[in-house]
Design a protein around this ligand. Structure first.
Ligand SMILES: Cc1cc2nc3c(=O)[nH]c(=O)nc-3n(C[C@H](O)[C@H](O)[C@H](O)COP(=O)(O)O)c2cc1C
Length: 359
């Protein structure tokens, strides 16, 4: 949305039910009510990861565009990449009742959507159609999950990976959403190893041989203890997956929370997640010795936050919740401030700053 339009609409959007506000925002973006205005990016922000060229390292996190409806307009707001999904193999409604809560005083959100999804067929078709038509430049990821009632989780992920491999620039296997019973249990060593090996095999099978397959990442954390984190890092290196997204929403409720909604069940995101998710990222970077690229996600709402994630080991950064509070004009602000911070410390490329706090 134009920043001006957003500022006009924001008080109204914040009065109505948050899920309705989100649906209205998607509809507005989709029907061009909110015309994006991309400027070309400062060259200091350009970065190459997995052989893909990102004009800037700031991405839209999964969950905003679950059904892959608004990828181009969101890229038009200046994101370097957009991660669509989570998509489940079969359509499913997600959890019943009110399931999205804005914690205004905390600049945070609690959600318990539980993967409301139109299903893989529709999702993959949208990605395919977009590729065929003229589209906004930018990198597009597809985030895949499992149906709530599926008995064979790994088979669900296999279906997802096979369907999106031909139509996505990168793939994320989401094993960390807190709102699907049993899902986070897939982060334990044996299940995640089995799941990733099968996902990698499916990806290989879905790519015509001379073409390079899209990188495959796992989305994890942030509520992992040291052993769990160590296991995931080892499995990531042993299986040869291409990267990690660190991470998802948290089940923790920091004592600083003030909003009346803080007791709601679900995953917490936004500002209170910045510190713990960056610490989780830092540990992954240390344990993997920087050998696999990490997308840092959780609580980013400024250029300084994005820079902190990069210095802690993120090759790329994502955000979602800050958009709810600051509107899409935030993307340009973050990029401008990040470029200034990089230059101020003498970096001429984002890549040179990745993990810099350890050097
Ligand atoms: C309303 C909402 C829905 C989300 N849905 C998904 C999802 O479907 N899949 C996923 O991997 N992450 C989902 N997330 C998590 C975000 O991608 C991100 O990991 C998390 O919110 C932390 O980033 P943030 O603090 O910038 O929002 C969702 C987050 C929110 C707030």
């Amino acid at each position: 949305m134009h920043d001006f339009l957003y500022r006009l609409a924001r008080p109204a959007l914040h009065l109505i039910d948050p899920e309705r506000a989100h649906r209205l925002a998607i509809a507005a973006v989709k029907h061009g009510l909110a015309r994006p205005h991309a400027e070309s990016d400062d060259p200091v922000l350009a970065t190459q990861v997995w052989g893909l060229s990102f004009a800037n390292p700031i991405g839209l996190a999964a969950g905003f565009d679950k059904q892959a409806e608004v990828i181009d307009p969101m890229l038009g707001f200046g994101f370097g990449f957009v991660e669509a999904g989570t998509v489940t193999p079969e359509p499913q409604p997600g959890n019943p009742g009110k399931r999205l809560f804005r914690l205004d005083e905390d600049e945070a959100v609690i959600n318990r959507f539980g993967f409301n999804s139109e299903g893989l067929a529709v999702f993959a078709q949208r990605l395919a159609d977009r590729r065929k038509a003229s589209h906004t430049p930018g990198i597009v990821g597809a985030n895949v999950g499992k149906n709530r009632d599926s008995a064979d989780a790994a088979a669900d992920y296999e279906k997802g990976v096979a369907a999106v491999t031909p139509v996505a620039d990168y793939i994320v296997v989401n094993v960390s959403s807190p709102n699907t019973p049993g899902l986070r249990g897939l982060q334990a060593r044996a299940p995640i190893e089995n799941l990733l090996r099968r996902a990698l095999a499916d990806r290989a099978g879905a790519v015509p041989s001379p073409l390079r397959p899209p990188p495959l990442l796992a989305k994890v954390g942030p509520d992992l203890n040291d052993n769990e984190l160590q296991d995931i890092a080892e499995v990531a290196l042993a299986t040869g997956i291409d990267g990690l997204v660190v991470g998802n929403t948290t089940l923790a409720r920091p004592p600083t929370l003030r909003s009346r909604h803080r007791g709601e069940a679900g995953g917490l995101s936004g500002r209170p997640l910045m510190e713990p998710s960056t610490e989780c990222l830092r540990r992954f970077y240390r344990v993997t010795e920087g050998r696999i690229p990490i997308i840092g996600c959780g609580g980013v709402s400024s250029g300084a936050d994005a820079y902190a994630k990069i210095r802690a080991g993120a090759s790329l950064v994502q955000l979602y919740t800050a958009l709810v509070f600051h509107g899409p004009g935030l993307v340009a602000t973050i990029k401008r401030d990040l470029a200034r911070l990089l230059r101020g410390d003498g970096f001429s490329h984002v890549a040179d700053a990745v993990g810099a706090e350890r050097r």
